[in-house]
Design a binder for this molecule. Structure first.
Ligand SMILES: O=C(COP(=O)(O)O)NO
Length: 247
């Protein structure tokens, strides 16, 4: 079965209502490849605003949820709250959550497990730091991060894995198609060995890290790259060309 191409936009902590109106306008104009699943990751405060103006062919994600449904966790939001507002996706484990806000593999895994149990679909982010790649530890790191999640969840059906090398995020230093394909293939082999052949075949593994309209087509040609998680470029009209990279 062919894996449906998936392009996520991660707006991070960016946007005003007027800027968001501009983003929604180019998403509406498109035209977006109907064979691609498109999801935009929106700051919590704007989720309802955006949900009410998005075109029907674009879905929406929160950018973080906590590991339990409710309680004394000031500042956090829960999967139940996203679902209560009609938000079906969440981005979890982003390297900025891990490296700026100290989220451990264990906490990320607990968040992914609770989000899935609650009924959310999850974009689960992994990726190595530059020093880890330079030390030849890329595989070790991404396998460790993936295993932490695998140990806590029952199904990968509602998970998209985003491989985002930290050294490529926001730097303009995109992984080459060969570099990205190598890690995606290693991850698929890991799934085959440690989960099962069906998950290995069907789980979508998307690439993130300085994806632009200029490099998306070459990256999209790689057989184990099933889409993208786009930061900076998702705020710009070129995001439409990235969505259409397979065309
Ligand atoms: O963090 C990223 C990628 O960001 P950039 O595209 O800006 O490198 N995706 O979640």
């Amino acid at each position: 079965m062919e894996r449906k191409f998936f392009v996520g936009g991660n707006w991070k902590m960016n946007g005003t209502k007027s800027e968001i109106d501009g983003i929604v306008a180019f998403l509406k104009t498109g035209p977006l490849d109907s064979n691609v699943e498109v999801v935009v990751g929106v700051p919590s405060i704007y989720l309802t605003y955006v949900k009410n103006i998005l075109p029907n062919n674009v879905s929406i994600a929160g950018q973080n949820t906590y590991k339990v449904a409710k309680g004394a966790f000031t500042g956090e939001i829960s999967p139940a709250m996203l679902l209560d507002n009609g938000i079906p996706w969440v981005i979890l484990g982003h390297s900025e959550r891990r490296n700026i806000f100290g989220e451990t593999d264990e906490l990320v895994a607990e968040k992914v497990a609770h989000a899935l149990e609650s009924g959310l679909k999850v974009i689960a982010c992994i990726g190595e730091k530059l020093e880890e790649r330079e030390a030849g530890k890329t595989e070790e790191v991404v396998y460790r991060q993936t295993k932490a999640i695998a140990d806590k969840i029952k199904s990968w059906d509602n998970v998209v894995v985003a491989y985002e090398p930290v050294w490529a995020i926001g730097t303009g230093k995109t992984a080459t198609p060969q570099q990205a394909q190598e890690v995606h293939a290693q991850l698929r082999a890991w799934f085959s060995k440690n989960v099962n052949a069906s998950v290995a075949q069907n789980v979508r593994i998307i690439y993130g890290g300085s994806v632009t309209a200029g490099n998306a087509k070459d990256l999209a040609k790689e057989k184990d790259i099933d889409g993208f998680l786009v930061g900076g470029a998702s705020l710009k009209p070129e995001f439409v060309q990235i969505v259409n990279a397979k065309k």
